[in-house]
Design a protein around this ligand. Structure first.
Ligand SMILES: Nc1nc2c(c(=O)[nH]1)N[C@H]1C(S)=C(S)[C@@H](COP(=O)(O)O)O[C@H]1N2
Ligand SMILES: [Mo]
Length: 440
């Protein structure tokens, strides 16, 4: 059994391991609570029926699982989560699309910690379902305004010098339902077209060096091998900067859902430009104006003109705890947590408001702070049991400040679907429940 002092040491260790400098007074409050839990409050009336039935497993008893041997190695040759975590899954919004072939599923952001999205939980977006590609039969063709057109196998690609980067990927339609006025009562649906993985592959610039681009080259068309032949025009500058042809995700081969065996990643740019199941790169001197950059993924402004090639995912953030899926249970001290990200670079600062944007408090950035990656923030807060309007507002290293809905609508009008990055509000009720509201 863990003694009170062991528990205290572990807590202190955790606080210092995260490099968090909490004022002494705040530390003491956390610790007091920890001691209370260890000291027996756990036997109080708040236990569920299930927990009461299992009381034989609670201190000071020796739990059942400690008195027997468990299944051995290779019980799951490819591992899977604990059976107690079955609720952590991707979900869709049935009314959003006519079928599940041209559709979307959402990342369960409320259930995740840190910044990496487990591959199995990365949101999916397909225009024609998932193609079942045999990597032996898959090819990447690079042609157009190049000196040496080439057809590469996946093994050929792996022979080039490779690199890895942790980058977020967000569909520009993320939050689109909110922008249009729908109030989705789950973080999974308000912000879940969002993921962050470690991507491994070859810089597109390395491949372009290999084929030699002609003087008038200015654009690259990327085309997928799925039934939709989804394609996007990418400016040469992005291709020469940080665009990556990836074959691996979070350390293992890409998942079929994410573009197996190879896909394009344009860090910080609309997920739509990150063409999956990549089969063709054509170098040209102008954009192609295909479907996904004309009738879709453009932003109709109030005056009838449309923003086009609005590639960058601008600075955004959301509180992930509390949220509708994770209500508060009792008043007292909590760490309010969230995610911030910017397609322009690193997150510089996040502020949190508990009164709908009247007063702001700076949050701490936690763990890795990487460019164009999800960034964790946290802030200690004493909930007095009253109602609150919880918001987060992120600033990136370029100085760009996440806008309010009012500011965003003033700039873009009310026709848009894509690129909603307005400050989000969670309404905390006195019973600890959290609902979705738009207030300014
Ligand atoms: N070939 C192909 N690439 C594609 C798509 C597609 O349907 N076909 N969907 C795009 C869209 S709209 C988005 S938001 C991202 C989603 O990536 P994910 O499914 O890995 O989350 O892939 C993009 N790449
Ligand atoms: Mo998308």
């Amino acid at each position: 059994m863990i003694s009170k002092t062991d528990g205290t040491a572990a807590l202190l260790q955790r606080v210092s391991a995260e490099g968090q400098k909490l004022p002494l007074e705040e530390r003491r409050n956390f610790l007091k609570h920890g001691l209370l839990l260890a000291g027996g409050v756990i036997t109080g009336g708040a236990l569920s029926a299930n927990a009461r039935a299992a009381a034989g497993n609670l201190p000071p008893n020796v739990p059942a699982w400690t008195r027997s041997l468990g299944p051995g190695v290779l019980t799951e040759p490819y591992g899977k989560p604990s059976r107690f975590e079955k609720h952590i899954v991707r979900r869709n919004v049935p009314w959003l699309t006519a079928d599940r072939i041209a559709s979307i599923s959402f990342t369960p952001l409320a259930e995740l910690d840190g910044i990496i999205t487990p591959s199995s939980l990365v949101f999916e977006r397909y225009h024609a379902g998932i193609p079942d590609i045999d990597p032996e039969q898959h090819r990447l063709m690079i042609h157009g305004l190049v000196d040496r057109p080439i057809i590469l196998t996946v093994d050929d690609l792996r022979r080039f010098p490779g690199t890895s980067m942790i980058r977020f990927l967000e569909c520009p339609a993320n939050g689109g339902m909110e922008w249009r006025g729908a109030q989705m009562d789950a973080l999974q649906f308000t912000h879940g077209m969002l993921s962050c993985c470690e991507w491994s592959g070859v810089l597109l610039s390395t491949l372009l060096q290999e084929v030699g681009i002609r003087k008038d080259a200015a654009w690259i068309l990327a085309e997928g091998a799925d039934g939709s032949h989804m394609s996007r025009s990418v400016p040469l500058a992005k291709a020469m900067d940080d665009a990556l042809i990836v074959y691996a995700q979070n350390g293992e081969p890409l998942r079929p859902e994410q573009g197996y065996p190879i896909r394009l990643i344009n860090p910080g740019w609309e997920g739509n430009t990150c063409v999956k199941w990549l089969r063709r790169l054509e170098v040209g001197d102008q954009p192609w104006y295909h479907r996904e950059e004309t009738s879709k993924y453009t932003d109709l402004l109030a005056d009838g003109r449309a923003r086009k090639f609005s590639y960058e995912q601008e600075c955004n953030s959301v509180v992930t705890y509390p949220c509708p899926e994770k209500p508060l249970t009792e008043k007292g001290r909590y760490e309010v947590r969230g995610l911030a990200w910017s397609g322009k670079g690193k997150i510089k600062r996040v502020d949190v408001s508990f009164d709908g944007g009247v007063n702001w408090r700076p949050a701490r950035l936690k763990g890795l702070v990487l460019p164009k990656a999800l960034t964790r923030f946290g802030l200690e807060w004493d909930w007095d049991g009253g109602p609150a309007m919880i918001q987060s507002r992120a600033v990136d290293e370029t100085g760009y400040v996440q806008p309010t809905y009012t500011q965003l609508r003033e700039a873009r009008g009310t026709n848009s679907i894509y690129h909603k990055n307005a400050i989000h509000t969670w309404r905390l009720h006195e019973n600890g429940k959290v609902t979705n509201v738009q207030i300014r």
